[in-house]
Write a protein that binds this ligand. Structure first.
Ligand code: SF4
Ligand code: SF4
Length: 222
């Protein structure tokens, strides 16, 4: 079986309609299988925090193998994945069509879906992922200014950390009451349509340039 090639990986659709998709035992079996391959490979250690978390769990376990890691700790690896897809697209030699069929991001997505089905999402996760709603609320003029001032106060940040789990040292952007579209409306040129200029004259331009150079060379030699 070919591995480590430069070919485009084959991505199979996520089998989310299969009843086994939400079967916890089936998921843990697949997590253990893939984690074991990753533990033997460790190529993705520098990509994100999922892999160091996994390898630390393995190295600190009693057997120093994946079978020594508690299944309840698998979620620690899953929580660190932000689904960038780099491990699948750029690193892994065991992606389909390889027979080991490793699609780490899809497996993390399945585990996240399972967690959401069992536990739902925290207030913090809903807020941080609901950018449209938060942006609409905090974009109201008085609220935007109030929030931008309040978020600089240490007591407010401590309160947000306690209530929402948002680290008090985390960077929070300023909210704007004027959207980018409103801010840049004066930058519009008034051009509402574009017209094709016709055939390119590139070849003619190159020919003319060569002719001029040749004429200059000829005249300098006379
Ligand atoms: S898809 Fe997840 S596990 Fe893979 S590199 Fe990105 S963050 Fe890490
Ligand atoms: S995703 Fe692939 S390349 Fe990355 S550690 Fe696992 S087996 Fe190795």
């Amino acid at each position: 079986m070919k591995e480590g090639g430069l070919g485009v990986p084959t991505r199979h659709p996520l089998d989310w309609k299969n009843p086994k998709f939400y079967d916890e035992d089936d998921l843990n079996t697949e997590l253990e299988r893939v984690f074991d391959i990753c533990h033997g490979c460790r190529r993705c250690v520098s990509l994100c925090n999922s892999f160091p978390t996994l390898f630390d769990l393995v190295d600190e376990s009693s057997t120093m193998e994946v079978d020594g890691v508690a299944k309840s700790d698998y979620i620690k690896v899953v929580d660190q994945c932000y689904l960038c897809d780099l491990c699948f697209i750029t690193k892994c030699p065991y992606v389909p069509p390889h027979e080991w069929n490793v699609d780490f991001p899809h497996l993390m997505l399945r585990a996240k879906a399972n967690k959401f089905k069992r536990q739902g999402a925290s207030v913090r996760d809903k807020m941080l992922s609901g950018t449209d709603q938060v942006g609409s609320l905090l974009g109201i003029p008085v609220i935007a200014q109030t929030f931008n001032t309040a978020k600089r106060l240490a007591t407010v940040r401590k309160g947000m950390q306690a209530a929402l789990g948002i680290d008090s040292d985390a960077y929070l952007p300023d909210y704007q009451s004027k959207s980018a579209k409103k801010q840049h409306k004066n930058h519009q040129t008034g051009v509402t349509s574009v017209e094709a200029v016709g055939r390119t004259r590139g070849k003619v331009a190159i020919f003319t340039t060569c002719l001029v150079i040749e004429m200059n060379l000829s005249s300098s030699m006379i």
